[in-house]
Design a protein around this ligand. Structure first.
Ligand code: HEC
Ligand code: HEC
Ligand code: HEC
Ligand code: HEC
Ligand code: HEC
Ligand code: HEC
Ligand code: HEC
Ligand code: HEC
Length: 307
């Protein structure tokens, strides 16, 4: 004991601890750790959200009685400490790097916090601790959904790529199935992108849904009104999820394969817009169905880029 550096309050607790317990039996519930760490109960009280084992005084579930050591003296290192009681948090084919590396405390305070789920920061601030930099979040047009990363990502692990909460096909082409765009269709209307005739999307020529046309590989309905599906464009082929340099979250480069890309220029107007891409000649669509002329501004053709 003599080798421990104790505060006056700590010594007082050690020397008079028995007496204190005798006059105040309520303290008998408290872990012996508080004898010396007398500021800890106050700290715990201040947390709006408390971790059950810490609030319950089970300090030794995580810490050793440290005797003469002045270290954290955790019973286990890294994630192993937490996985002892939470063995189901990291399930999925893609596991978030800090979870894989056992850095649970990069996001959670082990004792308590002002935030829900013991998080060290609230909302996007948590993710921004590590993902603030980079152009990905800093382009001109921002997706309204960006205020909540958890609208699209799981924090620990997922069965989908990129920790996505729902499936989204990221490959260039796919045979469209609503399951390919589960993520986007969680918030956006399925009919607006799949009905061949609609007024529920801005991307239409009159009532002809250009979303449906593109995601179905350009196929028009046959005489029975049935669209025979071919490989089409995924949402991710035209739109970016976080921020983009063009209106409507449109890419400036059509989703590239390998080292080959096309520029993609979108010139919106009040009735529709013009798309200048490598896939077809510049095309203008108009929601009033009037045959539009290609605007002068958009007259240069999409050009291929080779990196
Ligand atoms: C006899 C007094 C005493 C008791 C009892 C005691 N500690 Fe400590 N503890 C200390 C001293 C002194 C230090 C050195 C660091 C300091 O000054 O806070 C320390 C350090 C620690 C540290 C490292 C703090 C840091 O910032 O690195 C942890 C964690 C800790 N104790 C937890 C516990 C837990 C949990 C218990 C009960 C299982 C406990 N202690 C019981 C006196 C004590
Ligand atoms: C669920 C596991 C867990 C429980 C239960 C727990 N701790 Fe901790 N404690 C930790 C971890 C992990 C750290 C290191 C945090 C870090 O590295 O940021 C820590 C750090 C500390 C520290 C040093 C940093 C600080 O916040 O002051 C003290 C002192 C401490 N614990 C005391 C206690 C006491 C006293 C109890 C019981 C009331 C307790 N702990 C219960 C996991 C736990
Ligand atoms: C001794 C068992 C035990 C250990 C070890 C443990 N926990 Fe917990 N934890 C619990 C219990 C019990 C609850 C409350 C019931 C529940 O939500 O499962 C809980 C709840 C949580 C919650 C949810 C809190 C809320 O407000 O809903 C988080 C987050 C958490 N623990 C993180 C951690 C982290 C991080 C570690 C490692 C530093 C850890 N736990 C270690 C027992 C433990
Ligand atoms: C990148 C940050 C991050 C890391 C690293 C992290 N978590 Fe979490 N964790 C979260 C977020 C965010 C939530 C809240 C999810 C929600 O609101 O449903 C959470 C929730 C939890 C919960 C509560 C689950 C529930 O459904 O209530 C537990 C338990 C938990 N985490 C344990 C851990 C453990 C154990 C580790 C380390 C293996 C860990 N976390 C690492 C961010 C993280
Ligand atoms: C403690 C640092 C840290 C925090 C906090 C953090 N991340 Fe990460 N995250 C990483 C690292 C490291 C990687 C892997 C390297 C990279 O891709 O930048 C990563 C990768 C990712 C990936 C790509 C995964 C993949 O399979 O390619 C996503 C998505 C992600 N993080 C989302 C989030 C979200 C959402 C949050 C907030 C809940 C968050 N991150 C908080 C460190 C962190
Ligand atoms: C609307 C859905 C959505 C929201 C909201 C969202 N993401 Fe993403 N995120 C995605 C998709 C889709 C991908 C895969 C894109 C790719 O592979 O380039 C992705 C990829 C990532 C990646 C890995 C690839 C990269 O660009 O580095 C990180 C890190 C990431 N997101 C972090 C975040 C953070 C932090 C937030 C909140 C500020 C957030 N995301 C909000 C859909 C979303
Ligand atoms: C968590 C909900 C959520 C998810 C998931 C989501 N979005 Fe959004 N998105 C919104 C909200 C809210 C708006 C703004 C209001 C509106 O136009 O509906 C928006 C607007 C848009 C816009 C119009 C942008 C503008 O500048 O007007 C596009 C394009 C878009 N989202 C595409 C996508 C794509 C592609 C996905 C899948 C990768 C997706 N969204 C996933 C919520 C979401
Ligand atoms: C061929 C490129 C392309 C593809 C593929 C594509 N979009 Fe779009 N999207 C556009 C264009 C162009 C607009 C702008 C329409 C306007 O307002 O003039 C748009 C607009 C939107 C909007 C804004 C509201 C609206 O309907 O006008 C949302 C939301 C949206 N897209 C979601 C999606 C989703 C979800 C998918 C996948 C199922 C998808 N997009 C696939 C080009 C595309």
């Amino acid at each position: 004991m003599a080798t421990r550096r104790l505060t006056a309050a700590g010594w007082a607790a050690v020397l008079f601890g028995v007496g204190v317990l005798a006059v105040a039996p309520a303290r008998a519930e408290e872990p012996f750790c508080f004898d010396c760490h007398d500021d800890f109960p106050g700290k715990m009280k201040a947390f709006a959200v408390k971790h059950d084992p810490a609030a319950g005084g089970e300090c030794t579930a995580c810490h050793l009685d440290h005797k003469d050591e002045e270290k954290l003296m955790l019973v286990k290192e890294g994630a192993a400490l937490c996985l002892e009681c939470h063995d189901d948090v990291a399930q999925g084919t893609s596991v978030h790097a800090p979870v894989k590396d056992g850095k649970c405390t990069a996001c959670h305070n082990p004792h308590g916090s002002a935030n829900k789920k013991l998080l060290v920061a609230a909302g996007t601030a948590l993710c921004e601790k590590c993902h603030a930099g980079g152009t990905e979040f800093k382009r001109k047009v921002t997706h309204a959904a960006i205020d909540d990363c958890s609208g699209c990502h799981l924090p620990h692990a997922s069965g989908n790529k990129r920790l996505l909460a729902k499936n989204l096909v990221l490959d260039r082409l796919s045979l469209f199935d609503p399951k390919d765009a589960e993520l986007c269709l969680d918030c956006h209307d399925l009919d607006a992108v799949t009905k061949t005739q609609t007024e529920d999307t801005g991307f239409r020529m009159g009532a002809v849904n250009l979303h449906a046309l593109h995601i179905n590989g350009g196929a028009a309905p046959n005489k029975y009104g049935i669209v025979k599906k071919k490989e089409g464009q995924t949402c991710f082929a035209c739109h970016l999820p976080h921020t983009a340099d063009q209106a409507m979250l449109l890419r400036t480069e059509y989703q590239c394969t390998g080292t080959f890309c096309y520029t993609m220029r979108f010139v919106p107007n009040e009735k529709g817009g013009t798309c200048v891409v490598g896939c077809h000649k510049p095309r203008t669509y108009s929601r009033d169905g009037q045959d539009p002329s290609t605007t002068a501004e958009a007259s240069s053709a999409g050009r291929p880029i080779t990196r």
